[in-house]
Design a protein around this ligand. Structure first.
Ligand SMILES: Nc1ncnc2c1ncn2[C@@H]1O[C@H](COP(=O)(O)OP(=O)(O)OP(=O)(O)O)[C@@H](O)[C@H]1O
Length: 239
């Protein structure tokens, strides 16, 4: 069963078409990797799906409802949640308070929101930082906090935008494992990432974007062997 249907999705910025007639269907509980060169339109696609940008053209259907043009808050309430490449926690506030603010969208009472926030903080293994100001977290901790804030919204579909960027390889492995667990818990994931080892370890299908368009979509092993993908993104060294 499909959870997300994207039809002819297009976004133009004064003369530049950042996302150009993208059609993609994501199955419930799928893990879809998305790769492509800088400026390919990956982040803009996420902004269109999550309601941060209105499309110039096209339609987004999520869980059977046409959510095109909905506000980010309404989209998140429906269960479609994104993380950001540039993380923006409230730095002077504790990890707990940052996650509790997100949890409040699902839990009306302060007590229930804090209880849910603590569960999510445990889930992402940030428990030893629970009362620390989020500005004091190391980069890997900030990544976990960004995941926790998204998970506190109880997503059905999670859009992950370069959650591994800025991490050294030793820090990546536990986050990759965490993403695997989140997916195994039943969350559908769309995963924009440049770290190919992670993309290949996690993705069930792979979408390659270039110049706003779909260049290839399908089985990850087949997609990375496609000469057009090698030329546009991976380079001969990868192949
Ligand atoms: N608000 C905006 N106004 C004008 N142009 C924009 C805007 N946002 C993005 N663009 C342009 O749209 C194109 C796609 O950008 P986008 O950030 O979506 O690419 P990306 O694939 O996410 O790249 P990266 O891998 O570097 O994050 C780029 O040429 C970018 O400069």
């Amino acid at each position: 069963m499909s959870l997300l249907q994207v039809e002819d999705l297009t976004k133009s910025f004064a003369g530049l078409t950042a996302v150009d007639s993208v059609d993609v269907t994501v199955a419930d509980r799928e893990f879809l990797g998305i790769i492509g060169p800088n400026g390919a339109g990956k982040t803009t696609l996420f902004s269109l799906l999550a309601g941060q940008l209105p499309p110039t053209r096209g339609r987004v259907v999520f869980d059977g409802r046409d959510i095109t043009g909905w506000s980010p808050a309404k989209v998140a309430d429906a269960g479609l949640v994104r993380t950001f490449q540039l993380m923006r926690p409230f730095e002077s506030m504790s990890v707990l308070d940052n996650v509790a603010i997100a949890a409040h969208h699902r839990h009306r009472s302060r007590k229930a929101a804090r209880r849910h926030a603590l569960e999510v903080i445990d889930r992402v293994q940030l428990d030893r930082y629970v009362h620390s100001p989020s500005g004091s977290l190391p980069t890997a901790g900030l990544k976990r906090l960004e995941l926790a804030r998204a998970l506190a919204l109880e997503p059905r579909l999670l859009l992950l935008d370069e959650v591994l960027a800025g991490l050294v390889p030793a820090e990546r492995a536990p986050i990759i494992e965490l993403l695997r667990e989140i997916h195994a818990d039943g969350v559908t994931v769309m995963f924009v990432e440049h770290i190919m080892a992670a993309v290949m370890a996690l993705s069930e299908r792979l979408l390659v974007m270039a110049e706003g368009r779909e260049l290839a979509l399908g089985d990850p092993q087949q997609v990375i062997a496609d000469p057009r993908v090698i030329e546009a993104y991976l380079g001969e060294d990868y192949a």
